[in-house]
Design a protein around this ligand. Structure first.
Ligand code: SF4
Ligand code: SF4
Length: 133
């Protein structure tokens, strides 16, 4: 099976190797879609993971026990085109380029490639992007 997760870390666990642990201890195949870390040591990674369901559960439980924030990415993103004023603040935040400018300079959402990571939501001052579970 394949699942996508957002994994948050802080200054106390940032040095742990998440992907190495998932591969070596739980026989999982992680693919990091995006990772970001701030100067204060806090950061996150968006990761797609392939493996057996049981190993997936054990691996995520292990990360939570180590102090990581782990959230499965599920649901889907709704883009309210009536609210959106094409400011573009959300575009650069998308790890999969699912929200983009068209040739007519309009913002569009590709729901086929969106992984519902939520990175774009807080960027929108008019709440034109919502996560529906
Ligand atoms: S939730 Fe937003 S940022 Fe994340 S993949 Fe979908 S469109 Fe891109
Ligand atoms: S941040 Fe909101 S208003 Fe701006 S382009 Fe994205 S969806 Fe539209």
């Amino acid at each position: 099976m394949e699942k996508k997760f957002r994994i948050d870390f802080n200054e106390s666990n940032v040095l742990e190797s998440v992907t190495y642990t998932l591969v070596s201890e739980f026989d999982l195949k992680p693919n990091v879609l995006r990772a970001d870390i701030g100067g204060d040591g806090h950061g996150f990674m968006l990761v797609s993971i392939v493996g057996e369901k049981e190993n997936m559960v054990k691996g995520m439980t292990h990360l939570r026990d180590l102090g990581y924030g782990v959230r499965e990415l599920s649901g889907h993103i709704f883009h309210d085109y009536d609210r959106c004023w094409n400011c573009g603040a959300c575009v650069s935040l998308c790890p999969t380029r699912s929200i983009y400018y068209t040739e007519d300079d309009e913002i569009k959402l590709n729901t086929d490639t969106c992984i519902a990571c939520g990175s774009c939501i807080n960027a929108c001052s008019v709440k034109a992007i919502q996560l529906e579970l």
